[in-house]
Design a binder for this molecule. Structure first.
Ligand SMILES: [Zn+2]
Ligand SMILES: [Zn+2]
Length: 366
């Protein structure tokens, strides 16, 4: 296998072009400070042009800022069906009232489409409505936003008492455990049906201000979120410095699912790998491989942790206190890895890989 170049990015965030606080330049600055290689800014129903490119200098480092959009039908109440679109050549809000049409239009414009925060919950005390994905009959989308940090945090507050909410606002990392189990279950269900579904994680950074009881406000700054739920992309080449070339490479790798979600706040997830070796070839996360007499799946991380190999919602292999997991698959299907590790007395999701599709005549992913 050719060597891979790991690019760490943060996707799904807002600027004053919709309801966010920080400008594109401010976001680039925060991203550089967090050591990210790229960010994808996605304002609501607007594809902001003219801001894409490399930001920074040789001293502080460079970051590639890309823009996509988060599209929804503003006339549909209550709100639902937010879709993240990356890499499309044109603005697509005009298609928002028909999710399938939107997915197909994004594809036609060369873009990737992800169902955003599919199991979002309401936050009654803050008058924040739930914004889930409702139209689950849709086809041909690139993937699911498995772990949206701000949406998961909303879910935490929704389940908490007033006192817990105040504590959570000050120390969110004590409360964050992982993505919504319902979203993982939806992913596994689609994978089990032979659908290719790319999982991504995002921050949904807005620079949000929460008012909790007597507290004036507690802000989730962009730089905090950029050290949280990140998207690690495995690219065939290092970044070239040419924004267009590099954007195309990142989008190609993402479309192929050559990526994993890393909750880097618990410790850097850089270096995680998940690969499969069969009779005559091998592949990495996102790829397909023929089952043959058996396929060896291997996952590696750089800390002793708790690995789970999941096939269609079932844990088929597990390793605790280890830096790797190896399993010989004798059944076809989509296999993905979760790595959990302890932080402040509780086990939390640390790494979520994209699946490897082990195929035979009974199971082919498309
Ligand atoms: Zn949204
Ligand atoms: Zn958003």
């Amino acid at each position: 296998m050719a060597p891979l170049h790991e690019l760490v990015g943060n996707v799904h965030m807002h600027t004053p072009y919709s309801d966010g606080e920080a400008s594109h330049a401010d976001i680039a600055h925060a991203a550089r400070a967090a050591g990210l290689d790229f960010v994808i800014v996605t304002d609501h129903n607007v594809l902001v042009k003219g801001v894409e490119g490399y930001y920074g200098d040789d001293e502080s480092g460079h970051v590639l800022l890309l823009t996509g959009e988060e599209v929804h039908d503003r006339t549909r109440l209550p709100q639902c069906n937010h879709m993240l679109i990356f890499g499309a050549s044109r603005e697509l809000t005009a298609c928002a009232n028909d999710p399938q049409q939107l997915i197909d239009a994004a594809e036609k414009a060369g873009g990737l489409s992800f169902l955003a925060h599919p199991h979002d919950q309401p936050l009654t005390a803050f008058k924040e409505p739930a914004i889930p994905w409702l139209d689950l009959h849709v086809q041909r989308f690139t993937g699911l936003e498995i772990w949206n940090y701000m949406s998961a945090f909303k879910g935490i507050l929704n389940r908490s008492t007033r006192v817990q909410q105040v504590r959570a606002a000050f120390r969110p990392e004590d409360f964050m455990v992982g993505p919504p189990p319902e979203t993982l279950a939806l992913w596994d269900d689609l994978l089990g049906k032979g659908r290719r579904v790319v999982g991504i994680g995002g921050s949904d950074a807005h620079g949000t201000t929460f008012r909790v009881g007597p507290l004036e406000h507690v802000v989730f700054p962009y730089d905090y979120l950029f050290s949280g739920v990140n998207l690690h992309v495995l690219a065939p080449q290092p970044l070239s410095g040419d924004a267009q070339t590099d954007a195309a490479m990142i989008y190609r790798a993402l479309r192929a699912g050559n990526a994993f979600i890393g909750y880097d706040l618990l410790g850097s997830t850089r270096g995680f790998r998940f690969s499969a070796t069969g009779q005559s070839n091998s592949t990495i996360m996102g790829g397909s491989i023929r089952l043959g007499p058996g396929v060896t799946l291997q996952a590696l991380a750089y800390e002793r942790s708790h690995f789970k190999l999941v096939r269609h919602g079932q844990v088929v292999a597990e390793a605790t206190g280890r830096e790797n997991l190896t399993h010989t698959a004798t059944r076809s299907g989509a296999y993905r890895v979760e790595v959990w590790r302890e932080y402040r007395g509780q086990e939390r999701a640390w790494i979520l890989s994209n699946p490897i599709y082990v195929e035979d005549s009974a199971y082919t992913a498309r």
